[in-house]
Design a protein around this ligand. Structure first.
Ligand code: XMP
Length: 318
């Protein structure tokens, strides 16, 4: 029978044998898969694993700093690269969902390639690819593997994509990845995180993306997610987030008429993201969350809850 202990022992041995004294580069996303892959490789080859964590400016509020800190505490050899401005520039004026994905994917590849070049004589590219990604051949987990595909026909391959590939999780499923992570001593807080799309908040800001919209959505999202944690609902939900709609609605504040943004909250139950049901969150929770958002986040005067299941709706709105 499969056990996380045996998997870790076997994989660490295999990685040591295969990689020897060579250097490996890996892109961390803050998600479960890339984190577990990194810790596994770190156990096998130590400082020869070079991790790169790119801030695309589209992460959750304070996420880059706090996750980078966690990685450092785990002993990983990690470099945080703040490329927010570069991504926002690439996204300026772009509204179409697939066009946004492409811009973000290409910006990621450029940033990652620049960083990989700074590591002398790197031989391998490690990825947190898991078994379902192998079958679907499309990663839903962000990071390098998710962005490589869309870049294939753009011309010559960037140099890091010519490296030999190491994918220590390619034969196992998500629940097994979590068990391996626990075996490796990774904090439950990190292992239990909801999935988050590679293009991040850009595909939850319908229409074009600006720094101000990112700021508003980060505030709303943080209130929603922290609320789910406080109400002990976070672990009952497979994925949750907020969406900034490209419409204004009329409201009143004191004697004044307001004309401000609308946000939608989304929370779904699912096992693999292929199908999903909206979650029956308690009315008390929704009421409290909506009040907090409208009172605290300047520029938002209306909150709605998405009650659509997949199919036919998708989890993300874009
Ligand atoms: P949908 O919206 O297709 O989402 O029902 C299913 C799962 O995939 C995630 N998702 C993405 N992940 N890059 C990613 O890395 C993407 O472009 C992307 N689009 C959707 C979504 O968050 C959900 O978990």
């Amino acid at each position: 029978t499969w056990t996380p202990e045996a998997f870790v022992d076997m994989t660490v041995n295999e990685l040591r044998e295969k990689i020897g004294d060579d250097k490996v580069v890996l892109g961390l996303s803050g998600g479960v898969d890339s984190s577990v892959a990194a810790v596994l490789l770190h156990k096998a080859i130590g400082k020869n694993l070079y991790c790169i964590f790119v801030n695309n400016g589209l992460l959750r509020k304070d996420e880059f700093e706090s996750v980078l800190d966690q990685y450092k505490h785990m002993g990983l050899n990690v470099k945080g690269v703040d490329a927010s401005a570069r991504f926002l520039e690439a996204l300026a004026g772009v509204s179409e969902p697939e066009a946004k994905r492409k811009k973000i994917g290409n910006a990621f590849i450029e940033v990652f390639d620049d960083e990989a070049h700074l590591i002398k004589d790197v031989k391998y590219l490690a990825q947190g690819t898991i078994y379902p990604d192998v079958i679907e051949s499309v990663s839903v987990n962000g990071g390098p593997s998710a962005t490589i595909k869309s870049h294939h026909n753009v011309g010559g391959l960037p140099d890091f994509m010519k490296l030999k590939i190491v994918e220590p999780l390619r034969m196992i499923f998500k629940d097994e990845v979590r068990r391996v992570g626990a075996e490796l001593g990774i904090a439950q807080e990190l292992l239990g995180r909801h999935p988050f799309p590679g293009p991040g908040l850009a595909i939850r800001i319908l229409g074009d993306v600006t720094a101000e919209k990112v700021r508003i959505l980060q505030e709303v999202d943080a209130i929603f997610i922290n609320g789910l944690k406080e109400w002990k609902l976070y672990d009952k939900v497979w994925q949750a987030g907020a969406i900034l709609l490209p419409v204004n609605s009329v409201g009143v504040m004191g004697d004044e008429r307001t004309y401000e943004k609308v946000v939608a909250l989304r929370a779904v139950e699912s096992t693999d993201g292929m199908t999903a049901d909206w979650v029956n969150l308690p009315y008390d929770f929704l009421q409290k969350t909506s009040n907090t958002i409208i009172n605290r986040v300047k520029g938002v005067n209306r909150v709605v809850y998405d009650i659509s299941s997949k199919p036919p709706a998708t989890i993300e709105w874009e």
